[in-house]
Ligand binder design. Structure first.
Ligand SMILES: Cc1cc2nc3c(=O)[nH]c(=O)nc-3n(C[C@H](O)[C@H](O)[C@H](O)COP(=O)(O)OP(=O)(O)OC[C@H]3O[C@@H](n4cnc5c(N)ncnc54)[C@H](O)[C@@H]3O)c2cc1C
Ligand SMILES: *[C@@H]1O[C@H](CO)[C@@H](O)[C@H](O)[C@H]1NC(C)=O
Length: 591
């Protein structure tokens, strides 16, 4: 069909105005809509494929866990299928080039130029870019002179840019349903959000340029200048494209990381401005439906966020945060939740403390949770089952490192108090994340750098408990924690004490502490054979080799620390994936 109509296009440009040109327009109008739908379907299809992959991996892990319950060697799972290990080593876990993935490119301490995507991300990204470029130019009669293709290109790029807004906004959401469904973190979706946004900005600019070319060709340059103040279509289009370009510029990595809060507010305002202008720009056009869906998706996400906050914090008791300053620029925040949730390992939440950060929210991993039975003051005695529910108090605790913004102010507020702690009204929004499950690994190694330990503590507790209860495949857990000074041990001391006293803990858990900047050797002493302390940095290769020598079942390696540490652990894992069944899992505290 395309060739038939393309032939008509040839006639149209020869014959000037007439019914042939009209049918050209009709054809191209239909074509650009189908290309827009193709892009949306292709993206959804890729996600669906990934979903199937995730389901397979989940099923695989489930079988491995069941098999491992009563089996102390799990030898079958210690080696991986060679195809699978190749795939993990070269695609799934691989950085784009040799080692670097999460270590930031920095021009200086303050200027962060971003990170490199992984090989798999780069593959998906290339597909996304190629698809967009191809569909922007496919079937456009470039050979017939600017006059005949500029307006077709203009309509095409504009249509694709608008359609792309739907996934763009969905990918940016904290409550993006794809996160739990596909089991990929906000971080990963945010990566695609940024790149799709760059594509949209370029399409919008191409749209504007081809409008200028088409208009100059048809009516001359003077008419273009006039169009800006005479035509609402052109005016609103100009505002929208300037808005998109500004969004692109202000979202650059150095600005985003240095002034996150300012960036976020500006980002929302600019997006709103561009969307409103675009709404008027698309008056009477079928493409407006894409923008409508985009706005609905955005609105729904915002509403869900609001609803979670209201549900968690505004019924019954108020949520309060007890902030306690700790040595080494950190603080422990204990939240008395108005409405508790069952915390799974690896989850994080967003914390609002209005008296310090107004309406802004910051993500923190949940390090600990505690359920206490207390007598209610009002009633004195617990009479019914319902009273008992009321009397159950759940607290969750966070470990927060002082940075330069909100966390700095909070730290100063707490340390000004005589006892170094302060109680503040807070809102807790969550839970989020918790996408990884380590129950199916016979052996688990957890690498943490500094405050990254907060992500691992719940896993350690969960696995030790699961081992004692006989519900996990795990037989060995090694926690490797690297800190600068011995006083940082204080950060998790109460939680670690509880864990070390848990039933059968000695059979499963080994803790290796590395003090990278010891002030003298007397500070370094190992409390027991299962809790050891060393000066210097951990040798990741040695730790992994030791683990592989004694490996039970599949080996799960998880890292939460600086980008450089994550890259080192990733490399060490990939180097060993041919001889052992290793899954590499990484969690980072930035995006
Ligand atoms: C999933 C996740 C879990 C985290 N868990 C912990 C934890 O358990 N303990 C801990 O100490 N830190 C954790 N962080 C990091 C923590 O969120 C930031 O350190 C904190 O928000 C910095 O606030 P600030 O205003 O002092 O930041 P600034 O000093 O202004 O900035 C420091 C860095 O934090 C980033 N940042 C600032 N504000 C935000 C925000 N609202 N959302 C996301 N990033 C922001 C900036 O990009 C910048 O790179 C976690 C981050 C993520 C994404
Ligand atoms: C471009 O889009 C406009 C607005 O929908 C339409 O009137 C025009 O016919 C289209 N031109 C082509 C060549 O498709």
């Amino acid at each position: 069909m395309a060739t038939v109509v393309l032939a008509q296009q040839g006639q149209g440009s020869q014959g000037g105005h007439g019914s042939a040109e009209n049918s050209d327009s009709q054809f191209f109008n239909a074509l650009q809509m189908s290309y827009a739908h193709f892009i949306l379907i292709a993206m959804a299809g890729t996600v669906a494929l990934y979903f199937v992959w995730t389901m397979m991996m989940t099923l695989n892990a489930h079988m491995r866990r069941l098999h491992g319950l009563g089996n102390d060697t799990q030898r079958f799972f210690a080696r991986d299928d060679y195809r699978m290990s190749w795939l993990k080593r070269n695609i799934v876990d691989a950085p784009l080039f040799r080692v670097r993935h999460n270590r930031e490119f920095q021009l200086s301490q303050a200027i962060n130029m971003g990170t490199l995507p992984s090989r798999f991300q780069a593959l998906c990204l290339t597909g996304l870019i190629v698809m967009n470029v191809v569909l922007c130019v496919l079937h456009i009669p470039f050979s017939q002179g600017v006059g005949s293709f500029a307006d077709i290109l203009r309509n095409r790029t504009g249509t694709l840019a608008t359609a792309n807004l739907i996934p763009l906004v969905i990918l940016a959401g904290r409550n993006n349903p794809l996160i739990p469904m596909v089991g990929l973190s906000f971080d990963t979706w945010n990566f695609y959000h940024r790149w799709l946004a760059r594509i949209v900005v370029l399409e919008a600019i191409a749209h504007t340029v081809s409008w200028i070319v088409a208009a100059a060709d048809e009516r001359g340059l003077a008419a273009i200048a006039a169009a800006f103040h005479e035509s609402e279509l052109i005016m609103t289009g100009l505002i929208a494209v300037v808005g998109f370009a500004a969004l692109g510029l202000t979202a650059s990595s150095p600005l985003r990381h240095a002034f996150y809060e300012t960036f976020l507010h500006l980002h929302i305002l600019l997006a709103l401005m561009a969307f409103i202008a675009l709404w008027y720009h698309l008056k009477d056009l079928p493409q407006r439906i894409y923008l409508l869906i985009t706005l609905i998706a955005w609105g729904v996400e915002r509403f869900v966020r609001f609803a979670i906050n209201a549900y968690r914090n505004f019924f019954g008791r108020k949520t309060t945060a007890v902030v306690q300053a700790l040595p080494g620029d950190a603080m422990r925040i204990t939240l008395k939740l108005a409405r508790p949730w069952t915390v799974r390992p690896g989850q994080h939440m967003y914390l609002y403390i209005p008296s310090v950060g107004l309406w802004t929210s910051h993500p923190f991993s949940v390090a600990w949770s505690e359920r206490q039975q207390v007598l209610t003051k009002e009633k004195g005695l617990i009479m019914t089952r319902q009273d008992l529910m009321v009397a159950q108090k759940e607290t969750i605790s966070l470990l927060v490192r002082r940075r330069t913004g909100f966390t700095n102010t909070l730290y100063k507020r707490a340390s000004k108090e005589p006892d170094g702690q302060i109680s503040l009204f807070a809102l807790a929004e969550g839970p989020y994340g918790g996408l990884h499950n380590l129950d199916s690994y016979g052996s688990v190694v957890l690498f943490a750098g500094g405050v990254g330990i907060t992500h691992h503590v719940p896993f350690v507790r969960h696995l030790v408990q699961g081992y004692a209860d006989g519900v996990v495949a795990t037989r060995r857990v090694t926690l490797v924690w690297s800190i600068q000074y011995p006083e940082h041990l204080e950060w998790i001391r109460p939680w670690m004490t509880t864990i070390l006293q848990m039933e059968r803990r000695r059979d499963i858990l080994r803790v290796m502490l590395f003090i990278t900047r010891p002030r003298n050797t007397k500070e370094i002493h190992s409390p027991s054979s299962t809790v050891q302390m060393f000066p210097g940095r951990p040798n990741i290769n040695t730790v992994l080799d030791m683990e592989i020598e004694n490996q039970v079942g599949a080996l799960g390696v998880m890292v939460c620390g600086s980008g450089g540490m994550a890259d080192d652990v990733r490399r060490a894992c990939r180097e060993r994936q041919a001889i052992s069944n290793i899954d590499f899992i990484e969690e980072s505290f930035t995006w």
